[in-house]
Design a protein around this ligand. Structure first.
Ligand code: IPM
Ligand code: MG
Length: 362
């Protein structure tokens, strides 16, 4: 790398600071031992930011995120902030970053480490070899559609409403990402919609079909979201790349995460048109175990690998992290969420240290 890259680190809430600390150990090791040229600075987001500034996404955080080459985020949210007005809840901090940086493409790889085949709630033969890439649209759809709110009707009853809306151009650009990724993988895209009921996703299907014509190298299929949820637990290996709307992607990626043994294993990348990205584990802030040093840091560490691959063009170092994660699993180390008989249970910091140790051993 020729210039120093800047990473804005946003630990957030709950287990966020604990897992991010382990990811930073990995980054430090890559800096000191492998010549990675990055510098990190920390910022506030989520409940932590609200407590300090009254806003889940202070303007300063958004500005620093825009100026950074990449953002590493832990998690946001917690019981403490649940009764706040929805406009200032921690989750708004995350959504504001996604919208503010235009991070429309969310990549969520569900890969089963063979060492964890027995840790999944599904039969090992159903999940062995699993390698799915979920491409979730992240800045549109019902998460951001207007109008939205809760209103009181003439008869005095309250009514809540949200709007599912996609412009053709939004569908096209996320579809393009999915096709391009599939072309470098197994060459198959499954577009997930609810075109039998929702006009908006009827358009989604039309645009995906049109894109498919321009990508004869990629095999396109369509699936209704209810069926896709079923197929994910019935026969998940049929999927290569899945592309879907913001909300369907939110739901399906949690389901896919469990196929891999634990939601504590899944990283994500959220990218904009310029390759700028935000990297975070797909799991939440897990307030029930926060502060206990037992959370699984591997999804966050694997998110650093995605950062190196997608934002910094450092594929070899990304591979190195992923290999190191495999090595610690081979050593039998397990945080409680992936604990199995005969393995050794470790805490968050010990898991992070083990990954760092494995980074250096070829
Ligand atoms: C995710 C999370 C977020 C989402 C929440 C925390 C706003 O569930 O990244 O999947 O719904 O997108
Ligand atoms: Mg989610």
């Amino acid at each position: 790398m020729t210039e120093m890259k800047k990473i804005l680190v946003l630990p957030g809430d709950g287990i966020g600071p604990e897992i991010v600390a382990e990811a930073l150990k990995v980054l430090d090791c890559l800096k000191s031992d492998f010549g990675l040229e990055v510098e990190t600075e920390q910022g506030l987001v989520g409940g932590a930011a609200y407590d300090e500034t009254g806003q889940p996404l202070p303007e300063e955080t958004l500005e620093r995120a825009r100026a950074a080459d990449a953002v590493l985020l832990g998690a946001v949210g917690g019981h403490k902030w649940e009764s706040l007005d929805i406009a200032v809840r921690p989750e708004k901090g995350l959504l504001g970053l996604r919208a503010g940086l235009n991070l429309f493409a969310n990549l969520r790889p569900a890969i089963l480490y063979p060492q964890l085949a027995e840790a999944s709630t599904l039969k090992p033969e159903v999940v062995a070899g699993l390698d799915i890439m979920i491409v979730r649209e992240l800045t549109g759809g019902i998460y951001f559609g207007q109008p939205r709110g809760v209103r009181t009707l003439e008869d005095g009853e309250r009514e809540g409403f949200n709007t599912l809306v996609y412009r053709e151009s939004e569908i096209r650009r996320i579809g393009k990402v999915a096709f391009e990724i599939a072309a470098k993988r197994d060459g198959r895209v499954c577009s997930v919609d609810k075109a039998n009921v929702l006009e908006c996703t009827e358009l989604w299907r039309e645009v995906m079909t049109d894109l498919g014509r321009h990508h004869p190298d990629v095999e396109l299929s369509h699936m209704y979201v209810d069926n896709a949820a079923m197929q994910l637990v019935r026969a998940p290996k049929q999927f290569d790349v899945m592309v879907t709307t913001n909300m369907f992607g939110d739901i399906l990626s949690d389901a896919a995460a469990m196929l891999t043994g634990s939601i504590g294993m899944l990283p994500s990348a959220s990218l904009n048109e310029n390759g700028q990205g935000m990297y975070e584990p797909i799991h939440g802030s897990a307030p029930d175990i926060a502060g206990q040093g037992v959370a699984n840091p591997l999804a966050t560490i694997l998110s650093v690998a995605m950062m190196l691959r997608y934002s910094f063009d450092q594929g070899a170092l990304a591979d190195r992290i992923e290999t190191a994660v495999g090595a610690v699993l081979d050593q039998g180390l397990r945080t409680p969420d992936i604990m199995q008989d005969g393995k050794r249970q470790v805490g968050t910091a010990e898991m992070g240290d083990a990954v760092v140790a494995a980074l250096g051993s070829d």
